[in-house]
Write a protein that binds this ligand. Structure first.
Ligand SMILES: Nc1ncnc2c1ncn2[C@@H]1O[C@H](COP(=O)(O)OP(=O)(O)OP(=O)(O)O)[C@@H](O)[C@H]1O
Ligand SMILES: [Mg+2]
Length: 144
């Protein structure tokens, strides 16, 4: 696990952008952290790093938003409303855990308790204060 301390939403976005530049098709970013921790801010950065210009909003009824970028397509999922694996599978989301031609980023990833994706970067955001966030991440999705 590595740790990055963010002091503002912009810093969290820049941090995500760096990971987005490194990301390759097949990678999954599994995000966790309390409501309002900054997961969606992180996704905004990830999208920038992948060359995506579209505005990032939380997936709600659609459960997954797809954005085509210069470098890869980003699949943005939010599992908050899904209680367990059975619901995630029933919603048809299982394939996004092994994206073939894109990168998946999954908010509330801890809802998934099945087999972990093969190329997984876990990102946990902890609220330290009004604008302080501790971002713990394990970053080696490229291992073969
Ligand atoms: N250092 C920081 N990093 C990220 N967000 C921050 C930071 N400091 C303050 N914020 C604020 O915290 C909020 C984070 O909201 P965001 O929607 O990204 O959270 P979330 O983790 O996606 O929540 P949810 O679980 O509801 O999806 C924003 O209002 C943002 O401005
Ligand atoms: Mg969110």
């Amino acid at each position: 696990m590595a740790t990055f301390t963010s002091h503002s939403p912009e810093e969290t976005i820049r941090f995500g952008e760096g990971l987005g530049r490194a990301a390759r098709p097949g990678w999954v970013f599994g995000l966790s952290g309390d409501l309002g921790a900054g997961k969606t801010q992180f996704v905004k950065g990830l999208a920038l790093g992948l060359g995506i210009k579209a505005r990032i909003a939380s997936p709600t009824f659609a459960l997954v938003n797809e954005h085509r970028g210069e470098h890869a397509t980003l699949f943005h999922l939010d599992l908050y409303r899904l209680d367990n694996n059975a619901h995630i599978v029933a919603a048809g989301l299982e394939d996004y855990l092994a994206p073939r031609d894109g990168v998946s980023v999954i908010e509330w990833f801890e809802r998934w308790t099945g087999a972990p994706p093969e190329r997984l970067c876990r990102v946990h955001i902890r609220v330290l204060g009004e604008t302080g966030r501790q971002i713990d991440y394990n970053y080696d999705p490229a291992r073969d």
